[in-house]
Design a protein around this ligand. Structure first.
Ligand SMILES: O=C(O)CCC(=O)C(=O)O
Length: 274
């Protein structure tokens, strides 16, 4: 992270990072996402079910190790959580060097991955605006001891271009520092101050969960597909909706593919001293 990026992240609460993925990563992540989505659409209403502590009921896929929720229909969304279990093609995002160069300066101490989701947004779908202002300690943005000290942060990877009309991710810049909760309930397309962030395939957006954010309406015929990976201090447990505040749902056979540094990103307790 350059000094300029650090300044902008602190000022605005997000960064657009051009060409985060190389051509090979982009192609294999896009192909794996399509395959995973097709599997999830076939299985999403089937047992076994996992009830989230936030209320939603997810399909827990025993074969591929993901949790999926939602509907394949106009106006709807599908979330496929724990995608790392589903396909080794996603392994390149675990301890991804370019990504970690942005994560380590803004999370104090050892970071871990606390969220992984393939987010699918069909035509006419929008994501409600949330967060911003005083959000409590779990998702807070702080500046302590002369450095940025974030709890939950997310990196969104774009596997195709997304314009405003195609349902761009959107933010209200600076609201991670606001002392007030937003007084607006009129949705991402009408809320004052909302900026839709247009990106190209291979770009990424980094943001603090403290920032007010959402997704403007997808007015196009293109289904929006994005990969989201959350980070925070190692002790912050899963922030996937299906397994909220539980240990990360990472299968033994997935961990077996990883080297030690990658495994550490899924360890939510202090390493035993040897
Ligand atoms: O991409 C979107 O539409 C919203 C994403 C979001 O709310 C999140 O990643 O926390």
């Amino acid at each position: 992270m350059t000094d300029e990026e650090q300044y902008e992240f602190d000022r605005c609460g997000y960064l657009i990072i051009k060409n985060m993925l190389d051509a090979e990563e982009l192609q294999s992540l896009a192909e794996a996402s399509e395959k995973l989505l097709a599997h999830a659409v076939e299985n999403i209403d089937l047992p076994p079910r996992k009830k989230s502590r936030w209320g939603a009921e997810y399909h827990q896929d025993e074969e591929l190790g993901y949790h999926a929720f939602g509907k394949n229909a106009p106006g709807e969304t599908i979330l496929v959580e724990d995608f790392f279990n589903a396909d080794p093609a996603f392994d390149c995002l675990v301890n991804h060097q370019r990504t970690m160069d942005y994560i380590t300066p803004i999370v104090k101490g050892r970071p871990s991955i606390n969220n992984s989701e393939l987010r699918i947004r069909y035509q006419d779908n929008s994501t409600v605006m949330h967060m911003g202002g005083p959000v409590g300690s779990k998702y807070r943005y702080s500046f302590i001891d002369g450095r940025i000290d974030c709890m939950m942060i997310r990196m969104i990877y774009f596997i195709h271009d997304v314009s405003k009309e195609e349902g761009a991710f959107c933010v209200v810049p600076g609201t991670h520092k606001s002392e007030y909760k937003a007084p607006y309930y009129n949705g991402p397309d009408k809320e004052p101050g909302v900026v839709a962030l247009e990106v190209k395939a291979g770009d990424a957006i980094l943001f603090t969960e403290n920032l007010r954010h959402g997704g403007v309406t997808n007015f196009s015929e293109q289904t929006r597909k994005t990969l989201h990976v959350g980070y925070g201090p190692f002790w912050l447990k899963s922030q996937n909706i299906s397994t909220m505040d539980e240990d990360q749902y990472i299968l033994e056979k997935t961990l077996e593919r990883y080297d030690d540094e990658q495994k550490l990103l899924f360890l939510s307790y202090e390493q035993p001293h040897t």
